[in-house]
Design a protein around this ligand. Structure first.
Ligand code: ZN
Ligand code: ZN
Length: 360
């Protein structure tokens, strides 16, 4: 297991009185032992750990996985249960969020009454929420790609181009710079479509006088960027411009309130309360933000229902929005790194009001 991450697993084994803990969720497996493939299982006791995978990945695992043993299986669950039995494990923890009921039933059936399966929570997700220097550097490289790629394709954002065409150009620009894969299907929502918080780029033609919300990101070295800009093409209505400035202020207020010890619920309300006082509370239906790392949406969540607290080293998004049916919408999203006293944005694209064309 990756050195500084093994101690948390050891603590988990001890505090839960477990003989072993099993990891079946790929982002957590990657985090703990470095495996980047698409199938395998990691199991750890206080004595040793083992990564099990199938023949497609044995060579890759030998090259990249930090584990005492790498073992090949023909059938994953059989291989796992055999290892647990060989190591005389009786109480075995598993990540309840990531193991389907059917898989658990099969594990119980194969292991018999000798093994007691103990449901665990989001311990690894909590650990993953605090980024180390290497992870922060990877996230910054991904956000740099966002800036460079958007700058390259911005001259194409003109009346007449479709949302899909623009999204494709943006994706190509990201991939050409070394991006492994788009982080998600890009949202390019222009005009009235801006009222859809998740308006995936469509064949709609972008027109003058519209706001265009562009939510995009890329994966690089396993880590993601996630950023939203809302840009004006020509001169949108004064109401849309007003909405833009309300969202920007809400975004700035939330960002200014970030510091270790603040609850995510309070952070969310910094933006939400401001939007409410401006009369748009009913039009901000989603949470303020989410963690970003090996997954584009990961622990923790910032929302009115959030129970978590902001901690130094966390990276999460701040992305308030207002979406008015039949009118349009605005979202502004940045990724921030929590520092000792506040936060530092990792995303680089300016979020102030910008009307295109910036120059003829
Ligand atoms: Zn986003
Ligand atoms: Zn996001």
């Amino acid at each position: 297991m990756v050195k500084n991450r093994a101690s948390t697993v050891a603590a988990l084994l001890e505090s839960s009185g477990l003989d072993a803990v099993v990891f079946l969720y790929l982002p957590n497996i990657r985090y703990l032992c470095g495996f980047t493939g698409t199938d395998g299982v990691l199991v750890a006791t206080d004595q040793s750990d083992c990564f099990l995978t199938d023949s497609r990945y044995t060579t890759q695992a030998q090259a990249q996985v930090a584990a005492d043993e790498i073992r090949e299986y023909k059938l994953k669950l059989d291989g796992l249960v055999a290892w647990l039995q060989e190591n005389r494990c009786c109480r075995v923890g598993f990540e309840a969020e990531h193991v389907p009921v059917a898989t658990l039933e099969k594990l119980k059936e194969k292991s018999g009454p000798q093994i007691k399966w103990v449901a665990l929570g989001k311990e690894v997700e909590s650990l993953r929420s605090i980024k180390d220097e290497e992870e922060i550097a990877a996230l910054e490289r991904a956000t740099l790609l966002n800036e460079e790629a958007l700058n390259e394709v911005l001259p194409l954002l003109r009346p007449g181009i479709t949302e899909q065409e623009f999204a494709l150009e943006l994706e190509i620009a990201l991939r050409r710079r070394g991006g492994e894969e788009k982080a998600f299907d890009f949202i390019v929502a222009s005009g009235e479509r801006g009222a859809m918080p998740h308006g995936i780029a469509s064949d709609k033609i972008i027109k003058s006088g519209e706001l265009v919300t562009i939510d995009f990101g890329v994966r690089l070295a396993g880590y993601h960027s996630d950023e939203t800009v809302t840009l004006a093409v020509g001169e949108p209505s004064s109401r849309l411009q007003e909405i833009f400035h309300i969202v920007l202020e809400a975004h700035d207020r939330a960002m200014a309130a970030v510091q270790p010890g603040v609850s995510f619920r309070d952070l969310d309300s910094q933006a939400r309360d401001y939007i409410c006082t401006k009369g748009y509370g009913d039009y901000f239906g989603h949470g303020l933000g989410h963690g970003v790392g090996l997954e584009v949406h990961e622990f923790p969540n910032a929302s009115p229902r959030s129970e978590e607290t902001v901690r130094e080293g966390m990276v999460f998004t701040i992305e308030p929005g207002i979406y008015v049916p039949e009118t349009g919408g605005v979202r502004i999203e940045d990724m921030v790194l929590v520092t000792a006293k506040g936060c530092r944005p990792l995303t680089r694209i300016p979020k102030t009001y910008r009307a295109l064309p910036l120059s003829i």
